[in-house]
Design a binder for this molecule. Sequence first.
Ligand code: RP5
Length: 163
Amino acid sequence: MKVAIFIGSASDFGVAEEAINILREFDVLFELEVTSAHRSLERTLTLVRAFEKQGAEVFIAIAGESAHLAGVVASHTRRPVIGVPVGGSTLNGLDALLSTVQMPKGIPVACMGIGKSGAANAALLAIQILSLKDASLNKKMKEYREKLAAQVETSSKKVKENL
Ligand code: RP5
């Protein structure tokens, strides 16, 4: 297992699926657990230690509202932690964004955008981190980027056909 994903609640799973899809596309092994920084702190800390032992090189923490899951995970590991704020709250995810991005100096969290795009980007960033030591993963990422660029060209042609 290379990537550990924590979601603060089962209600965050729809967002986490975006990260899972990307990790599967790149054949990156991951584990996912529902665990909360405030509802199940001890479980969260136990899981961080267990996943480190199992070889997790990057942690992804996905949570909403006053989201401190990523920060708590980051304070208990020196491996990179990527935080994904979940939308849909009273403040539409702005609460989670600010509490994830505004980590006090010393314990960094790489904060993604709110919601599904943020979760997909979290997986891509995790893969880029793993790619530093994995040439075949690096090659897959290069091909992924080339595919994105080709899609832009295709969509440009389609748009121009309708001018
Ligand atoms: C956070 O509170 C979770 O990450 C979730 O996004 C939010 C709401 O949780 P539930 O009330 O749906 O369990 O801890």
